[in-house]
Design a protein around this ligand. Structure first.
Ligand code: NAD
Ligand code: IPM
Ligand code: MN
Length: 355
């Protein structure tokens, strides 16, 4: 019996989680895997109820679980709160409390979605399969920050800092992942300016000596964001810091057709993991049933693979998604086809899983 804490969160987070839970229950039935699933308040919804985005009860449940499945948090209702009281601060606290420093964000183009990608066909002839390995519990997200009154107005600051140890452990994750893929790591930094990036580059070079079978190159983040569009097939694994990984993964997601397709797994090197779509709570479409639930459903597949060692069930979900896309079913973010709403897309995944 696997214990899963489910945090639907806010906006479309709640909508896509419902569809992911249907899929989990279908997998449970098909494969005879038992799940103990409970939902907890998190993000803005928890602020409304308890005055805090990551209540003690939610934290305790997450720490006791085998895996955590999250929708998304945030929204205009909570945008004017102090930084440390916002829904997003709860998300950082959740990641830190689980110590999930390794965020895997696979950007894979399903072949039938080529026309949904903004890239020209010729750039996609070899497909697109990039794994962004994003450091998740350090860097500027967690460094010193503050706002001080000065003579004229204020001074506000945020600090990017990395330690050798933090860089080493995320680099090992990237090199190990590359070993099972095309054996290429592109480490992305801003080492022409930042001390933290110069340490990053030095440590990554050191770690790479333990992986002589994996090619390593370095790119500055500005160049990488351009190269992703110019020649995405050069990439296999992108290894980068918390903030650069946040930005580059949104960019990579659009190359696959929509941010509504990108799942993620956040791990700490053992079986416990946090699984969430890369996208946010999308206040602009919340309540319209337009949200694409596939990123969250594919996050469930990552949970089955990484936390429960069930690659069979994980690949079954991926196959169902691939087949229904091949047959022309789409949510509206994916362009033209047979357009389904959020629930209908969830039901379609169930139908293909049962075939
Ligand atoms: P967003 O990812 O929520 O939305 C960006 C754009 O993508 C919007 O136009 C949205 O409609 C579209 N989109 C996102 N997910 C989609 C889906 N599944 N199907 C179809 N279209 C989709 O980013 P944003 O607008 O910058 O942020 C909105 C809120 O979400 C903010 O409060 C932000 O802080 C929060 N956020 C939370 C997370 C998270 O919880 N992990 C991630 C990103 C943003
Ligand atoms: C993401 C989000 C979060 C991040 C925000 C909401 C804190 O953008 O998961 O990509 O920046 O990590
Ligand atoms: Mn993001």
């Amino acid at each position: 019996m696997y214990k899963i804490a489910v945090l639907p969160g806010d906006g479309i987070g709640k909508e896509v989680i419902e569809e992911a839970l249907k899929v989990l229950s279908a997998v449970s039935e098909k494969y005879g895997i038992e799940f103990d699933i409970k939902k907890y308040l998190f993000g803005g919804s928890a602020i409304d109820e308890y005055g805090t985005p990551y209540p003690k009860e939610t934290e305790e449940a997450c720490l006791e679980s085998d895996a955590v499945l999250l929708g998304a948090v945030g929204g205009p209702k909570w945008d004017d709160l102090d930084g440390d009281k916002r829904p997003e601060a709860g998300l950082l606290a959740l990641r830190k409390s689980l110590d999930v420093y390794a965020n895997l964000r696979p950007a894979i183009l399903f072949s039938s979605l080529k026309s949904a990608s903004p890239l020209k066909d010729e750039l996609l002839k070899d497909g697109l399969d990039v794994l962004v390995v994003r450091e998740l519990t350090g860097g500027i997200y967690f460094g010193d920050r503050g706002t001080e009154k000065i003579d004229y107005g204020y001074k506000a600051y945020d600090t990017e800092a990395y330690t050798t140890k933090e860089i080493e452990r995320i680099a090992h994750i990237a090199f190990k992942a590359a070993r099972n893929r095309k054996k290429k790591v592109t480490s992305v930094d801003k080492a022409n300016i930042l001390d933290s990036s110069r340490l990053w580059r030095k440590v990554v070079n050191e770690v790479s000596k333990e992986y002589p079978d994996v090619d390593l190159n370095h790119q500055y983040v500005d160049n990488c964001s351009m190269q992703l569009i110019k020649d995405p097939s050069q990439f296999d694994v992108i290894l980068t810091s918390n903030m650069f990984g946040d930005i580059l993964s949104d960019e990579a997601s659009q190359l696959t057709g929509s941010i509504g397709m990108l799942p993620s797994a956040s791990l700490r090197g053992d079986k416990v993991g946090l699984y969430e779509p890369v996208h946010g709570s999308a206040p602009d479409i919340a309540g319209t049933k337009k949200a694409n639930p596939l990123a969250t459903i594919l996050s469930v597949a990552m949970m089955l693979e990484y936390s429960f060692d069930r690659l069979d069930a994980a690949n079954d979900i991926r196959k169902a998604v691939n087949e229904l896309l091949e047959d022309g079913y789409r949510t509206s973010d994916l362009g033209s086809g047979i357009i389904l709403n959020t629930e209908e897309m969830g039901d379609m995944v169930l139908k293909y899983l049962k075939r």
